[in-house]
Ligand binder design. Structure first.
Ligand SMILES: Cc1cc2nc3c(=O)[nH]c(=O)nc-3n(C[C@H](O)[C@H](O)[C@H](O)COP(=O)(O)O)c2cc1C
Length: 319
């Protein structure tokens, strides 16, 4: 099945640097077969230079279909990297045209491409000419306002983009204020390709409410440490505490397959708070887990929490 056959609305995991690596994508896929996955962004220049970075292209077959997100501004580099992505059997590439970070924008990458419509289109055309991959774009409402959103997206469509995702904030807003979906609904009325909305979606039900005339919604921050946000609550009950801690342990173990103990323990802290939210003595447990320097201690504490939650639920049944 390709993403085009996916039921609508499309439900998407947002690309998030340091978060949506293969381990987390597998966790989300394990809970939701229909979620369209996006990798964290990776520099095309870096991918051409570094064999180590190319490990980011490794994935598990269960992740299909997913988009590998790329950033850069050299059309030729995008073409070369896209061929590598295609050779690895990945569905498509998603081009980052929305990152507001100074370092990225100063190199004319990410959000800077919103100010360079011709350059942005050359990237799409170059990928289209080099391979048969699906090309998707993730961008924002615009630089300071949404005035240029429709012409910009129409040019991307004409250049061969097959899906656009719009984060309902401008470059200037970065992450401030509330996401504004109104210009995204208006954009959809002007495009033929699928349009996905992004920004402040809390969970599946909230996404359905916000989707309106769009083709789907994308969830970022609310999904960190909460991979159940993609599940339709009428098809899947919210997870028990035991399921949450078991999933967290499995997630950690997947992360550990490609990271050192030291790095995996640190990286996992980003997800941990959310995974163990609502647990008995969560505050003290979190403090202890967040400072674990040894995997052995970390797993011991996690399993301890799991055993408490099991006895809690047994207690509930007995009562
Ligand atoms: C930690 C973090 C990392 C992010 N990394 C990326 C990235 O690599 N590529 C990208 O297009 N957006 C990135 N984003 C932005 C998200 O994809 C998304 O557009 C944004 O968080 C708004 O959606 P949300 O309100 O559901 O979080 C990142 C956001 C966060 C919080």
């Amino acid at each position: 099945m390709t993403w085009k056959d996916f039921p609508r609305p499309l439900v998407c995991l947002a690309p998030m640097d340091g978060i949506t690596n293969t381990a987390y994508r597998r966790i989300v896929r394990g809970l939701s077969k229909r979620t369209l996955l996006f990798s964290e962004f990776t520099s095309v220049d870096g991918l051409l230079r570094s064999e180590r970075l190319r490990e980011r292209m490794d994935y598990h077959p269960s992740e299909h279909p997913f988009f590998m997100q790329l950033f850069g501004n050299d059309p030729q580099a995008f073409a070369e990297v896209s061929k590598m992505v295609e050779d690895r059997g990945i569905l498509g590439v998603d081009i980052n045209m929305g990152c507001p970070s100074k370092k990225i924008v100063n190199s004319q990458h990410g959000s800077a491409l919103m100010k360079d419509m011709d350059g942005a289109c050359r990237i799409i055309e170059s990928i289209r000419n080099a391979c048969n991959l699906e090309v998707s774009v993730k961008t924002r409402l615009g630089w300071g306002n949404a005035d240029n959103l429709i012409p910009f997206a129409k040019s991307l469509e004409a250049a061969g983009t097959s899906l656009v995702t719009i984060h309902g904030r401008t470059y200037r807003q970065a992450f401030k204020g509330n996401a504004n979906w109104e210009p995204i609904y208006e954009l959809k009325r002007n495009l033929s390709i699928p349009v996905v909305g992004n920004g402040d979606v809390q969970n599946y039900s909230d996404g359905i409410k916000k989707t309106k005339n769009l083709d789907g919604f994308m969830i970022g921050r609310s999904a960190i440490g909460n991979p159940w946000v993609f599940c339709n609550p009428s098809e899947r009950a919210s997870p028990s505490l035991a399921e949450r801690v078991e999933t967290a342990i499995r997630h950690y173990e997947l992360l550990r397959k490609f990271q050192t103990e030291h790095r995996a323990l640190r990286e996992f802290r980003k997800y941990l708070g959310e995974y163990i939210q609502g647990f008995r003595h969560a505050k003290e447990q979190r403090k202890q887990l967040m400072t674990c320097e040894r995997e052995e201690d970390f797993l011991y504490h996690m399993r301890e929490i799991a055993s408490w939650t099991i006895s809690d639920s047994e207690l509930a049944v007995a009562n």
